[in-house]
Design a binder for this molecule. Structure first.
Ligand code: ADP
Ligand code: MG
Length: 235
């Protein structure tokens, strides 16, 4: 039952304030997007939840447990990185099945699950190919299938659709949300694309300069934005 709570999070890189005063709860089975322009601190935030970097101040809780010092592999998350990080020496199917194998499934079951997710992202015919033989969009889909195949109930997606063609991107938006809801996943999805955020989210967190501007449902942000920044960005 993953619920993520961020309490007074701040992250400094020297004099650069990447995050400040972040308070946020993502409820179990909720689909939340972080929406904001490039450089506003989205990736920094998702990395702190994943445990790739530690906050300078504040606390991250998953399932009510303080995550301080807990490594990424013990946080129960599936992560799609902004810069696709596939293993170059493994074929697509092996990249996807890497997660489930690590999680102690038998080899056959891991292959079965991985094949299922590759089918879902429409890449069955590419499963024997190496990342270097795939397009950017295809690599992003493999990355997504791998995150899903870990069986994690909490998905962290950092601009997961950015490398895809417009058409595929739109199809996958709906697919992502449908999948999350049917599998009962809790999702934190980072994007700079307001249309994408409006389509997939239960709630949207609008960010600017490392801070949360406002949090609301897509409908309310569109109909009744509380800040001019939101109105300009969403409208
Ligand atoms: P976004 O994902 O919204 O584009 P980031 O979280 O990547 O934004 O970056 C937020 C700010 O923090 C930017 O000003 C960026 O230059 C800075 N930043 C991010 N990572 C580092 C780092 N490792 N060292 C120094 N500054 C960083
Ligand atoms: Mg980023």
């Amino acid at each position: 039952m993953p619920e993520v709570t961020l309490e007074n999070i701040a992250k400094m890189y020297g004099s650069v304030v990447a995050s400040e005063d972040i308070n946020l709860t993502i409820h179990d089975k909720e689909y939340v997007t972080i929406l904001g322009p490039s450089g506003c601190g989205k990736t920094t935030l998702i990395r702190m939840i994943a445990g790739i970097i530690e906050p300078t101040r504040g606390k991250v809780y998953i399932d009510g447990m303080n995550m301080e010092g807990v490594p990424i592999e013990e946080r129960g998350i599936g992560y799609v990185f902004q810069n696709i990080a596939l293993f170059p020496h493994l074929k697509a199917l092996e990249n996807v099945s890497y997660g489930p194998i690590v999680h102690d499934l038998g080899r056959e079951e891991a292959i079965e699950i991985s094949t299922k997710y590759l089918e879902l992202v429409k890449l069955l015919d590419r499963m024997k190919m190496f990342p270097s033989e795939l397009s950017g969009g295809e690599q992003q889909k493999v990355s997504l299938a791998r995150a899903l195949a870990t069986g994690a109930k909490l998905l962290l997606l950092d601009e997961p659709l950015s490398a895809l063609d417009a058409r595929v991107r739109m199809d996958l938006r709906y697919e992502l949300r449908r999948l999350a809801k049917s599998l009962g996943l809790t999702v934190l999805h980072v994007t700079h694309d307001q249309e994408e955020a409006m389509t997939v989210s239960d709630r949207i967190v609008v960010m600017r300069n490392g801070r949360v501007v406002e949090i609301n449902t897509p409908e309310m942000l569109y109909r009744d934005p509380q800040h001019i920044f939101t109105a300009n960005f969403v409208g």
